[in-house]
Design a protein around this ligand. Structure first.
Ligand code: ARG
Length: 359
């Protein structure tokens, strides 16, 4: 029934009072289905023909010859000419194609040779996998399959939140209270979570715990062997836990490169920003000014000298563009991260990269 549009275009070509270059783009799909399957807006023609859009629509209607096998009726509503396809033909066409094509029905090859990178699920290790992650896992998984169905090469990336202050907390908590807990095989993550929650609670009354967590994170950043091993262990058991959900949902990831993977790749992006004169100092932090684009500055190095989420996402975006040469890079995340991504995409564009939106 894709052909319905072509049938309408054929009819219109003979009935149009003036020639329109791209009738294909001119036809709209009405938001309200009761207004037909396609609509021709006659407003742009009014200027050229110096007549009201409604009159133009009526004149086209009077002239048009329709084949009832495909078009059931044509109606003038306001300045629109609305076309209604013949549902019997549509259903027949659907059934004829559906059976032989089976599960391939509706698939296509429009994406052949093009890569789509879908960042989804992306939970934070040593923290609960919450409903937002489940939502992203389900929606991201559906998008992954839809693109595959359209002939694209889908690449699923699980950008694990496997770095950051939560590790400092878990490790500090382990150092303080490890002996008070039991770690049941296969359920270690539950104990880790308990420690994490306790740490957050006790921190409210004991601010010195905040410094202790930072100290442990620093140890991790300095590659202290024992700390790195604990981190690897937590990452492993967290991932094993997430896999249970992924197995149930048949989620597939082609990469688990999370935040930690970009630790040694951030300097490159910072150097590039510097070289392109995009980085400036503001209140001790290093930022890309986005005032011109009505956004707050994108902070890449905090006043404490540390990199942040945005630094890692920017490094990851550059890495994905290089590794996959994507036609599209999609992120399935909560709405509260909208500004973060608008900033990242803008900075990437300012760096001179082609953003996915233009491809
Ligand atoms: N770990 C983040 C969270 O739980 C989501 C990450 C989304 N992806 C990204 N590239 N930033 O909120």
């Amino acid at each position: 029934m894709n052909d319905l549009k072509q049938v309408i275009i054929k009819c219109l070509e003979k009935a149009m009072p003036t020639s329109i270059d791209d009738l294909d783009k001119f036809l709209e799909i009405p938001a309200d289905a009761s207004r037909g399957d396609y609509a021709l807006p006659c407003f742009p023609l009014a200027k050229i023909l110096k007549k009201s859009p409604a009159l133009i629509a009526q004149e086209i209607k009077d002239k048009i010859v329709i084949d009832p096998q495909y078009i059931e009726k044509v109606e003038v509503v306001g300045g629109y000419l609305n076309f209604y396809g013949n549902p019997q033909t549509f259903v027949k066409h659907l059934l004829e194609n559906f059976d032989p094509k089976k599960e391939k029905f509706g698939s296509s090859n429009i994406g052949k040779g093009r890569n789509v990178v879908i960042d989804y699920s992306s939970p934070n290790i040593a923290k609960p996998f919450h409903i937002g992650h489940l939502r992203s896992t389900v929606i991201g998984g559906a998008i992954y399959r839809i693109y595959q169905f359209l002939g694209y090469h889908s690449i699923g990336v699980n950008f694990l939140g496997d770095w950051g202050v939560q590790f400092g907390k878990v490790m500090a908590g382990l150092s303080l209270w490890k002996d008070e807990y039991t770690f049941t095989e296969g359920k270690e993550i539950d104990t880790i979570l308990k420690i994490y929650v306790r740490y957050n609670q006790e921190e409210k009354e004991k601010p010195e715990l905040n410094d202790l967590a930072k100290k442990w994170l620093k140890k991790l950043e300095d590659h202290d062997e024992e700390t790195v091993q604990t981190w690897q262990w937590i990452r492993k058991i967290s991932l094993e836990n997430f896999q249970k959900t992924y197995r149930l949902l048949h989620s597939h990831f082609d990469s688990y490169h999370g935040e930690a993977y970009y630790n040694d790749k951030m300097q490159d992006i910072l150097d590039e920003l510097q070289q392109k004169h995009l980085l400036k100092e503001s209140e001790g932090a290093h930022v890309v000014d986005l005032e011109e684009y009505h956004m707050p500055p994108c902070i890449l190095i905090t006043s404490a000298g540390t990199s942040i989420y945005a630094t890692r996402d920017l490094a990851a975006l550059k890495d994905r563009a290089k590794t996959y040469d994507f036609a599209k890079a999609l992120y399935v995340v909560g709405a509260e991260q909208q500004l973060h991504f608008k900033q990242i995409f803008k900075v990437f564009e300012l760096m001179g990269y082609d953003t996915y939106a233009k491809r």
